[in-house]
Ligand binder design. Structure first.
Ligand SMILES: C[S@@+](CC[C@H](N)C(=O)[O-])C[C@H]1O[C@@H](n2cnc3c(N)ncnc32)[C@H](O)[C@@H]1O
Length: 292
């Protein structure tokens, strides 16, 4: 469990350029390892991961048979294995204890900044359902944080453009020429309104049965959420890491979208079931939900 007393005095730094001495690539691509991620990450080469997409257990909300993790060391390892310009998407929430939210999601985001990541965007995963946690004296919990972190200047952004512009494809009513004159004349540079514009940073998904083909894991994130992040922050052939692989959602979507993956998951049961799930995908057997 994350129990850190927050401090600003850390002097951890890492750059891909100055750590090329480390070359012990013991971890193969396109596998899920049944291992504590803090051990697995140590076996990974520097600067190899394009995108980490993960949802760690937060606070004490889900015990997962008592498994816990060392947040600070994992954060530092994530920084080390991420390529320059690579991205980490860290999806978390807080537990509410006696009407008091822990705030650990924000503390983790600030810690990532402290060790060198840019907090590129704080996005919201809105759930189209009523959440179970929170306080009875507060409104129903309906979202989780999706902290999008970048190691330096982000190298990949393929924006989703699902918002249909009102005047899509039409000429703008007014255009401005170089002299600042509005309206149409021979010198006016007329522009056509784009068909679609960039999505907002609050993403809504159905959860539960509508979101995944796996009911045996208590806390999967929706397949569509995984797809939207993978498409946004990586390209075909890139390496996607999920250190808390759970039911294998990240790996499944990585395969479907022609990316490589590496996963760590501490529960043997979940790894075995995930492998079966991925076999189906690899052999081309898709559930309806897979047709994203
Ligand atoms: C929130 S779930 C991830 C669910 C996943 N995103 C999915 O869609 O299936 C977190 C997972 O982390 C695993 N876990 C907990 N501590 C771990 C550790 N130290 N190393 C690796 N996995 C761990 C738990 O067993 C659990 O399956």
């Amino acid at each position: 469990m994350y129990t850190r007393v927050y401090s600003y005095n850390l002097n951890y730094t890492h750059s891909c350029r100055y750590n090329l001495w480390r070359n012990n690539l013991n971890i193969e691509k396109n596998k899920i390892y049944n291992i504590d991620c803090s051990i697995g990450l140590k076996e990974m080469d520097d600067c190899t991961v394009d995108l980490t997409l993960t949802s760690p257990p937060y606070d004490g909300i889900r015990a997962y048979n008592g498994y816990s993790f060392d947040f600070e060391n994992i954060a530092k390892e994530l920084f080390r294995v991420t390529r320059d310009g690579g991205t980490v998407v860290w999806i978390v929430n807080d537990q509410t204890i006696k009407d008091n939210e822990t705030g650990s999601a924000f503390m983790q985001a600030l810690y990532f900044k402290e060790i060198g990541f840019n907090l590129h965007d704080t996005m919201i995963y809105h759930k189209n359902a009523v959440g179970a946690c929170g306080s009875v004296n507060a409104y129903n919990q309906a979202f989780e944080y999706m902290f999008v972190l970048a190691k330096g200047k982000m190298k990949t952004f393929n924006p989703l453009k699902d918002i249909k512009a009102l005047n899509r494809g039409r000429m703008r009513n007014y255009a401005t020429n170089r002299s600042g004159v509005h309206g149409y004349n021979l010198n006016t540079v007329a522009k056509i309104t784009p068909l679609n514009s960039k999505n907002q940073n609050v993403w809504s998904y159905d959860i539960g049965f509508q979101s995944s083909d796996k009911s045996w894991h208590p806390a999967t994130f929706p397949e569509k959420l995984a797809r939207d992040h993978i498409v946004s922050w990586s390209n075909v052939g890139d390496l996607i890491l999920d250190p808390f692989m759970g039911s294998g959602t990240t790996a499944k979507i990585a395969i479907m979208y022609n990316r490589n993956y590496i996963g760590f998951e501490i529960s043997e049961e979940y790894v075995k079931k995930s492998e079966k799930r991925l076999d189906n995908i690899k052999s081309g057997f898709y559930y309806i939900l897979d047709a994203l």
